[in-house]
Design a protein around this ligand. Structure first.
Ligand SMILES: Nc1ncnc2c1ncn2[C@@H]1O[C@H](COP(=O)(O)OP(=O)(O)OP(=O)(O)O)[C@@H](O)[C@H]1O
Ligand SMILES: [Mg+2]
Length: 383
């Protein structure tokens, strides 16, 4: 099935890109018409915004298709750059889309034309040369199909993804700061809720039970009420312990990042190969972010992948901590489909880190997380 898709996809994609290339021409003409009619006021503005809406829909589809071809997500550009980049892509795609199909078609047609040139009167050497030309042209035409298909996807990634200029970098940092503040606020809200619904509720019930015991004269009743209060105190303690664990898991404090990830891998119902080589420990906030990222990635493997095995690889080199979590499962991981992968991205962006999701349909899946950090604390040896 996968092999059939690999054969069918490139020519279908090239054909579709030629069609969308023609659509890009139409949209460019309509955009020009909209721009020219802007001085007319209302109708001009309406035409322009409608055409820009159609261009956005087309570029959205192309971004998704290119992401599928490349096997990784293509982020959207910053809203400020978006329209300019989309119009630039329309202009490039209007030429490249049809041109790729035409060039492949021309090469294969040339081969067909030579087939017709071969006649019985040709001598042996002419026939041999013509046959060689046919084979060469057919091979070039067929090999060009997947190459051009990937090239078009890369072009879409370059033009429809975020700009990598200094301005883009400043914007990314501004956004990551906002994401960090958001993540922080969400975390505070979660702790507030957990305290409110957990320990606080237990303590209230304990106070009420003890209040009843205070005014009770029957010793048996008092004993029963004190037992209830004792149970509530135990539950409040358990809730507080869970809450603290969620903030900074004890295993992380005791055994460091490597030990904590190994412990998380052991809890995964699928066999996980763990390969960690860290000469020292990162700072605690980084350890915490990477640990929770690895834990969520492994939870996803267990929940969604249907894999037979998974792997975790953690390295530090050139001032960058790299964590990869992969599996041989069905693929199709999409950060937009849940809150877990988006949460990892937000968590890492607080440290200027990134998450790349490589998960083509059919698998395998690999999440690559990178964050710049220095290793400072000495390594903890775990027995
Ligand atoms: N390893 C994986 N293999 C296959 N699909 C995956 C994998 N990881 C994630 N997915 C897909 O990507 C989607 C998004 O994952 P994400 O972790 O963001 O959300 P979730 O696990 O569904 O919910 P939660 O918000 O509780 O984490 C999942 O719903 C699942 O369809
Ligand atoms: Mg998840």
């Amino acid at each position: 099935m996968r092999r059939i898709r690999l054969i069918v996809e490139p020519p279908t994609g090239l054909l579709l890109n030629a069609v969308t290339g023609v659509a890009a021409w139409v949209l460019l003409v309509l955009l020009a018409a909209g721009a020219v009619s802007l001085p007319l006021g209302g109708p001009g503005r309406r035409l322009l915004s409608r055409v820009l809406g159609m261009a956005r829909a087309l570029t959205g589809v192309q971004r998704a298709r290119a992401a599928q071809v490349l096997g990784h997500e293509i982020l959207e550009p910053h809203p400020q750059d978006r329209t300019a980049r989309e119009v630039a892509w329309l202009a490039v795609h209007a030429v490249v889309g049809p041109a790729c199909l035409v060039s492949v078609g021309a090469t294969l047609s040339a081969a067909m034309a030579i087939v017709r040139l071969r006649t019985a009167e040709n001598g042996l050497s002419v026939t041999l040369n013509l046959s060689l030309a046919i084979v060469a042209l057919t091979a070039i035409g067929l090999a060009a199909v997947p190459l051009l298909h990937t090239l078009q996807a890369r072009l879409a990634e370059r033009l429809l993804g975020p700009a990598s200029s200094l301005a883009g970098r400043v914007r990314a940092l501004t956004e990551s700061r906002a994401a960090a503040v958001d993540a922080q606020a969400a975390e505070v809200r979660r702790i507030e809720r957990d305290l409110h619904d957990g320990a606080q509720a237990r303590l209230i019930s304990m106070r009420m039970t003890l209040g009843l015991a205070k005014s009770e004269s029957d010793p048996d009743q008092v004993r029963e009420l004190v037992r209830e209060a004792w149970e509530s105190a135990g539950q409040a303690l358990a809730d507080l312990r869970d809450l603290v664990r969620g903030i900074h898991p004890p295993v992380l404090a005791d055994r460091g990042l490597a030990g904590a990830i190994q412990a998380a891998a052991l809890l995964c119902p699928i066999p996980v190969r763990v390969d960690i080589d860290l000469p020292a420990r990162p700072e605690p906030p980084v350890e915490s972010a990477v640990y929770f990222a690895a834990a969520e990635a492994l939870t996803n493997v267990a929940k969604h992948s249907a894999a037979t095995w998974a792997w975790v690889r953690l390295r530090h080199s050139g001032g960058v901590l790299r964590l990869a979590v992969g599996d041989d499962g069905r693929g199709g991981a999409r950060p937009s489909a849940g809150t877990g992968l988006g949460g990892i991205r937000r968590r890492l962006s607080a440290f200027d880190g990134t998450l790349i999701v490589h998960s083509p349909p059919g698998g395998p899946t690999e999440l690559t997380m990178e964050l710049p950090c220095a290793l400072s604390s000495p390594k903890i040896s775990h027995s």
